[in-house]
Design a protein around this ligand. Sequence first.
Ligand SMILES: C[S@@+](CC[C@H](N)C(=O)[O-])C[C@H]1O[C@@H](n2cnc3c(N)ncnc32)[C@H](O)[C@@H]1O
Length: 362
Amino acid sequence: MDLLNLVTTARNRVQEPVTGLVQILKILGNPRLPVLLALSKGLIEPTYRLAFLASASNTGVLRLLASRPCDLETLAERLAVGPDEKHRLSAWLDMGVKLGDLATGEGCYQLSSLPAKFLAQPQNDAVAAALEEVIRFHVPALLHGPQMLREGRRFSLDDQDGAVIARSTRVVESFVEAAVDQNLERSLPVRLLEVGCGSGTYVRHAARLNPRLTALAIDMQKSVADQAAANMSEWGLADQVETRQGDLRELDVEPQFDLITMHNNIYYFPPDERVETLRRARRLLAPGGKLLLTTSCQGGNAGLEALNLWFHFSDFGGPLPREDELTAQFEEAGFTDVAVTQVLPGEQFRACTGTNAQLALN
Ligand SMILES: C[S@@+](CC[C@H](N)C(=O)[O-])C[C@H]1O[C@@H](n2cnc3c(N)ncnc32)[C@H](O)[C@@H]1O
């Protein structure tokens, strides 16, 4: 399928005896050839690069090569690839060279393209994880959608990789942080419950804004909760934040919280369970306490619509919400002072807040 090579070969062969010229002109005269070439450059190569870069990132190859050029032996050792498989690793790396993301020199591989260099930087980890999310989860939804419908198959939570999602969701970090900035009380101690905490980064943000904050951070996926707990320790927050595996729907704690946050996870709940989920959150709030829910909504960019599609095909969640739906669901769940704000003009990202004006247990 290497169409570029075909053209190059054809061009070279024009130098050869005239006997081949007719066939070459016939091939070049094929009206589909320019279209195939355009598809190769515009669709096929970017897809290969996306897959290669996602893999080179998650295996640590990009970070390693960012620190220094490495030979095949070093890379094989770091990737735990045995001696018998080194030639295959070399073929994989050479594909990276062919695609322009790696280069070779003096027997070593090094980073070549701007995207490879960008993704290798630790501060761009969320983007690297988002690429992985696209290729591992969004693409299968597009690729297998109709077949899954025929077979009655759905994606389950096990088809996701909680660790990758916890990292990739941080692409909207600045939006979520802006919403927390607007809604967190700074002058008094605050008791926070964060539902579906992912990496725990927003609890850390809140604790930085209000050092007298204490929090319970839960995530229903054990691997995610364990990683969040490790992060809290690393960030020096273990005394201030209790982090554990937990599901909002079964959480059995006193209604004590001044603020409950749910960031980027309302679509993990089926639409017909969302009001009950919000009501449950409200019942865990102290009177006057607030729920802050942030979420991407329907009608966003292609990446968001692909996420929306994935949840259409899942057996546990549902589509991204619409803004008017959110408001109605908050009100039905008993919240007062319900408000929805568009965090950034032009983006389908919303922060929805509501107050629990009622006494607990109703
Ligand atoms: C897309 S991730 C977002 C993580 C984090 N809130 C963020 O914005 O970076 C959604 C997280 O919500 C968690 N989650 C979904 N439903 C939950 C529930 N019922 N109780 C607790 N956690 C839940 C998932 O396990 C997942 O880690």
